[in-house]
Design a protein around this ligand. Sequence first.
Ligand code: PEP
Length: 250
Amino acid sequence: TPGIRPLVAGNWKMNGIGASLDELRMIGDGFMRGLDAQTEALVCVPATLLSRAAEILSRTPVRAGGEDCHAKESGAHTGDISAEMLRDAGATHVIVGHSERRTDHGEDDATVRAKAEAAWRAGLVAIVCIGETNEQRQAGQTLDVLSRQIEGSVPASATSANTIIAYEPVWAIGTGLTPTADDVASAHAHIRTRLETKLGAGARNMRILYGGSVKPSNAVELLGVDNVDGALVGGASLKAADFLGIAEAY
Ligand code: PEP
């Protein structure tokens, strides 16, 4: 989208131990070698790796992010991590409402919205994930699902500075399947229109990432689609060569 600097964001999910940070070091080095002029880069890592990741990336243009946060700032929530804690560990961004959270932990739109607001409270940018399941797609409900998720998951005071949208068709995540460029174009155009209706003209500059089986070989096609302002990359973000290969699509 004209005027929007693309973002290539990684999502390591429940992968990675200390040794994996070598790949992160290589990602940081790759962006230091000049990719940063075209694109912004972020890698969201498990909370156990966050402070080390942030330290490794601190001398590079690449940012470190969290993969989820609790809506509250602190308290009796064993095992949970607040946005403030992510921020303290060096995060600048946090993913909220990933389909795996929605499925594995029963997160609904209201929960996701509260988490986005928690991210802002801590000074983090929220990456709000939306996307239809295969069943919804087969039933022709894709655009309706996206409308409903934008209505429910994106806070009304979202701006292009504090929020990024990630369109991730659930059936394309980790499957090697991707929508056609035409399908991506129609979904992203729809998301843009709905965001503008909800948030006003400010949504014109809000980044809308595509996510779901992005790899170097399909990045040029997928990231070249209108209203695609970057990628959210799962599996391919674990390998520096793949992640950098995707960023090179710009
Ligand atoms: C994701 O889970 O955010 C994702 C896009 O995964 P993958 O790239 O592995 O499909």
